[in-house]
Design a protein around this ligand. Structure first.
Ligand code: FPP
Length: 259
């Protein structure tokens, strides 16, 4: 798609109804490589270009939070050589991109059991977090060695500890208590969850947080997920009516009152 056509397509977006938080399950790097008779690692390397592109346009469009499922707890079970390649790629990308992220006012956050990552990757990530800590634009949440069940287990341990110390009564535990002890505390739930690569499942990602998210599945493989495909997802999101359990009439009445 030409730059002009992309600009026209962006013009179709209603800037007042942009999602505040977009979460993405980036899938299809391996198939992208296989289709070209290339190594899976080349698919992941190409996937990094998509990461950079989607981060950039999200920032330009004023999206506040972008969460990327970069490495799941289950991904540790992949062949060791692939895990090593991914780890190297993640560390290298963060080191290389941090100056640009700072320039574009993008703040890095980490979600997941990052202590499991190789020490040098942890260093690159923590350096990136520190270097971007003052940034006030897009918040880029990288999920690494993350799974929702891991997160919910951690949260349960944390809250049980508070109960044990007598700091909280079990009867006083509310949904807010749980939300406040997740890794996403202080971060609004995703409005839109995108999964690329054609599979239509959640794969242990943000299970608590996506209770009311709009889900968008696309067959486009992650390395091919360009700005055009992303704008399609955002346009589709804007056609959805988010009811949060209410009736359509109630939602229209609230929207009319707010306008
Ligand atoms: C899924 O494709 C993709 C991954 C498991 C890794 C995604 C990670 C990156 C693109 C690098 C991210 C880097 C940073 C800095 C955030 P797959 O291998 O499962 O593809 P397949 O289903 O076609 O085999």
């Amino acid at each position: 798609m030409s730059e002009q056509n992309l600009t026209e397509k962006i013009g179709l977006l209603d800037m007042k109804r942009m999602p505040r938080h977009v979460a993405i399950i980036m899938d299809g790097n391996g198939r992208w490589a296989r289709q070209r008779e290339r190594e899976r690692s080349e698919g992941h390397a190409e996937g990094v270009n998509s990461v950079n592109r989607i981060t950039r346009i999200s920032s330009d469009l004023g999206i506040r939070y972008l969460t990327l499922y970069a490495f799941s707890t289950e991904n540790w079970n992949r062949p060791q050589a692939e895990v090593e390649t991914l780890m190297h790629l993640i560390g290298w990308t963060i080191r290389k991109e941090t100056p640009d992220l700072v320039k574009n006012n993008v703040r890095i956050h980490l979600l997941g059991d990052t202590e499991r990552l190789p020490k040098e990757v942890q260093k690159s990530l923590y350096d990136g977090v520190r270097a971007t800590a003052h940034c006030t634009g897009l918040n880029l949440l990288l999920c690494l060695s993350y799974s929702s069940r891991w997160e919910l287990t951690q949260t349960t341990k944390l809250i049980s500890g508070l109960v044990k110390k007598g700091e909280i009564n079990p009867e006083d535990i509310t949904e807010e208590t749980i939300a406040a002890h997740l890794s996403t505390k202080d971060i609004p739930d995703p409005d839109l969850l995108i999964r690329t690569g054609g599979e239509e499942r959640i794969s242990n990602f943000l299970l608590w947080q996506i209770a009311y998210s709009e889900l968008y599945f696309t067959p486009v493989l992650w390395p091919d997920f360009d700005n055009n495909a992303y704008i399609d997802a955002l346009i589709e999101y804007q056609t959805r009516e988010r009811r949060f359990g209410k009736t359509s009439e109630q939602v229209s009445a609230t929207n009319n009152n707010n306008n």
